[in-house]
Design a protein around this ligand. Structure first.
Ligand SMILES: C[S@@+](CC[C@H](N)C(=O)[O-])C[C@H]1O[C@@H](n2cnc3c(N)ncnc32)[C@H](O)[C@@H]1O
Length: 360
């Protein structure tokens, strides 16, 4: 086995994720890399973990005015959109031409729940939903939820050993391990967008996921069920890494996650940032586990003002403001991560618990 050190040693040992070769693309969008660790753990009486943040620095997306919609149209989301957005340039669809993300009237900045998305101007209630972000499929990392494994975009070359590793996962339970493998693979692909975007993901010491918690942190939860579930999850990720990142593994696998901390960090990214959607790509309709840059900066609320919509005609994820929603400049834009789930599930997967109790 490649690793014999105790799990908590691995998990408390920090690592830094891939270095950005060329930040120009993101900097053009007005982004700056994450500052050094922003969070400190503090626990309240209900034993939930609260995040406190020390920095508040606005990060502006390249934004244009939120388009206004005619008032007398029914509230609907249309596939064949008659959006006021300028029509897409047909050249965008040429093979090899990567489209970029577009954002309207929002900014990305730090708030009490880490990075979030905020209204850059007042949004008046309109009768139909409207777009604030469009993210093209080329920038995403998506895997079908069921066999046969399909990747959108299809970035894994035929015969690459990472495919065998993904293929060895349990189709029922291991979606997060598959997505973590794909994420690490993307970091290693020359000119892949995620090499740049990785600088905007929380590092291991910034991420409140309980997968990265030490034994001491788990004991502090004072919830033995949750602590024991998290220990099992940590072990599952560690054993998977040990099985596949052994000393005889090919270099192109080894370099993806040289230590278990990096792999477990990638699993925590998958768990806390994955969006599940049914998407249509060509003739295929697929339930999909998706890592969607920029959309993954939206924080959760049980009373969200935004939602996700898959735009089939040009394979874009749209983040849309609810019909009839008013949002004031500076207010946070949110989505509902998991409607109808227990608080425990939020703690397990996202590292926070919600003050709103939705299930007994
Ligand atoms: C999809 S990411 C959202 C972006 C994230 N805030 C960041 O800094 O990158 C999900 C993570 O954001 C934080 N988060 C989202 N909604 C939250 C909420 N309502 N309360 C506390 N933390 C939240 C949790 O750390 C969660 O694991």
């Amino acid at each position: 086995m490649a690793s014999t050190a105790p799990l908590h040693y691995h998990l408390t040992h920090c690592f830094s994720i891939s270095q950005c070769k060329d930040k120009e693309v993101l900097l053009q969008h007005g982004w700056t890399a994450r500052p050094p660790p922003r969070y400190s753990f503090s626990r309240n009486r209900e034993n939930s973990i609260n995040l406190t943040t020390s920095v508040s620095r606005p990060i502006k997306a390249f934004s244009v005015d939120i388009p206004s919609y005619p008032l007398l149209q029914p509230p609907k989301v249309e596939e064949e959109s008659d959006s006021e957005l300028e029509p897409a340039d047909p050249d965008f669809y040429r093979i090899g031409y990567a489209r970029s993300m577009r954002a309207y009237g929002i900014e990305f900045k730090e708030g009490p729940d880490g990075f979030g998305v905020y209204a850059a101007k007042d949004v008046e209630p309109l009768r139909r939903a409207r777009v604030v972000m469009e993210i093209p499929i080329e920038l995403m990392l998506n895997i079908s939820k069921k066999l046969p494994w399909m990747f959108f975009p299809d970035i894994i070359p035929l015969g690459h050993p990472i495919f065998d590793i993904i293929n060895s996962t349990d189709p029922e339970t291991d979606w997060d391990l598959r997505l973590a493998c794909l994420l690490l693979f993307a970091f290693d692909c020359e000119d892949n967008f995620w090499q740049l975007y990785s600088d905007f993901l929380p590092s291991a010491d910034e991420c409140p996921s309980l997968l990265l918690a030490t034994e001491e942190d788990l004991l502090e939860l004072q919830d033995e069920n949750l602590a024991s579930t998290m220990r099992k999850q940590q072990l599952r990720a560690l054993e998977f890494w040990e099985k596949n990142w052994h000393s005889g593994a090919p270099l192109k696998i080894k370099r993806l996650a040289r230590d278990p901390e990096k792999f477990i960090w990638a699993v925590s990214m998958a768990q806390s940032r994955c969006i599940n959607m049914q998407i249509r790509v060509g003739a295929l309709t697929q339930d999909t586990n998706m890592l969607i840059p920029y959309a993954d900066m939206l924080n959760h609320s049980f009373e969200p003002n935004c939602f996700f919509h898959w735009r089939f005609k040009d394979r874009m994820l749209e983040v849309m403001i609810n019909a009839g929603q008013q949002i004031r400049k500076g207010e946070e834009m949110t989505v509902n991560y998991m409607s109808g789930q227990k608080n425990d599930m939020f703690m397990q997967r996202y590292g926070f618990s919600s003050p709103v109790v939705i299930c007994p």
